[in-house]
Design a protein around this ligand. Structure first.
Ligand SMILES: N[C@@H](CCC(=O)N[C@@H](CS)C(=O)NCC(=O)O)C(=O)O
Length: 253
């Protein structure tokens, strides 16, 4: 099988898409990118549903036509099929380290990512970019922010034990990568999360500076060579939001 023909179905605003692309670039894995525009509902079109019936990005198509969705499954598939290209620290062969990575990846999707996505999607994408503040369900966003803060507190305490998320590791794993892209997207949030909604006078505060260990870890992750190329357009959006609303403050660190 020729691996050159790996296609990544990608939307730059999507954290799991950025995580998969960072992984491909970090390990020099040849790939092509096909943009899926969520705002234009490309992910609901019949030709994409054939690739990913779950109606989400990211997804990949391998050279032999094999399709796969879900970022964690994609990362592990790439590790298994391109073993010689992938540096061991991303998913070490040591079974206990690997099990701890799996544990954190599962926890991420069951406990953290839904609250983060729900918050950013409603408080920024729907309220600001789609200009539909009236359709944001405020109690749901407040609940999601509470859950998100609880998860960030858990990650903060995990980082008491070492520079990366897996104890005993001096380099990042795929669990660090997957969490990183999700947490980086929280920079889109204003310091009053409800600022763009119709409840902007209600306070629902958020700042990553409340998690100092996490801030240091984010800085460590930003030194990866794939960070800048993958986050260029994301950074433009953050800057645009910051310059239009500086007086409100941002969850910037
Ligand atoms: N657990 C999935 C999450 C995928 C996901 O939620 N993708 C979002 C973008 S970040 C999406 O495609 N949303 C479109 C929709 O739900 O309609 C993964 O890790 O790949």
């Amino acid at each position: 099988m020729s691996f050159d023909a790996l296609t990544l179905y990608y939307e730059p605003g999507s954290p799991p898409c950025r995580g998969v692309l960072m992984f491909l670039l970090e390990n020099g894995i040849p790939h092509k990118i096909q943009r899926i525009k969520l705002f234009e509902k490309d992910h609901l079109k019949p030709e994409y549903l054939r690739i990913n019936p779950f109606q989400k990005v990211p997804a990949i198509q391998d050279a032999d036509g094999f399709f796969l969705a879900e970022s964690h499954a994609i990362l592990k598939y790439l590790i298994r099929t391109r073993a010689s290209m992938v540096q061991d620290h991303w998913y070490p062969s040591d079974p206990q380290k690997r099990a701890k990575i799996d544990e954190l990846l599962d926890w991420h999707h069951s406990s953290f990512s839904w609250s983060s996505k729900l918050t950013v999607w409603n408080a920024v994408m729907v309220a600001k970019f789609m200009n539909q503040p009236q359709s944001v369900n405020i109690p749901v966003v407040e609940f999601a922010v509470g859950q998100m803060k609880k998860s960030l507190g858990t990650l903060e305490s995990i980082l008491d034990k070492g520079p990366f998320m897996i104890k005993g590791m001096e380099q990042p794993s795929i669990a660090d990568l997957s969490l990183f892209v999700e947490i980086e997207s929280l920079r889109l949030l204003p310091s009053n999360v409800l600022y763009y909604t119709q409840a902007k006078d209600r306070t629902c505060s958020f700042s990553l500076t409340e998690y100092p260990q996490l801030c240091q870890w984010l800085d460590r992750m930003r030194t990866l060579k794939s960070y800048s190329p993958v986050h260029q357009s994301f950074q433009k959006v953050v800057s645009m939001l910051q310059s239009s609303q500086l007086k409100n403050g941002y969850a910037k660190i």
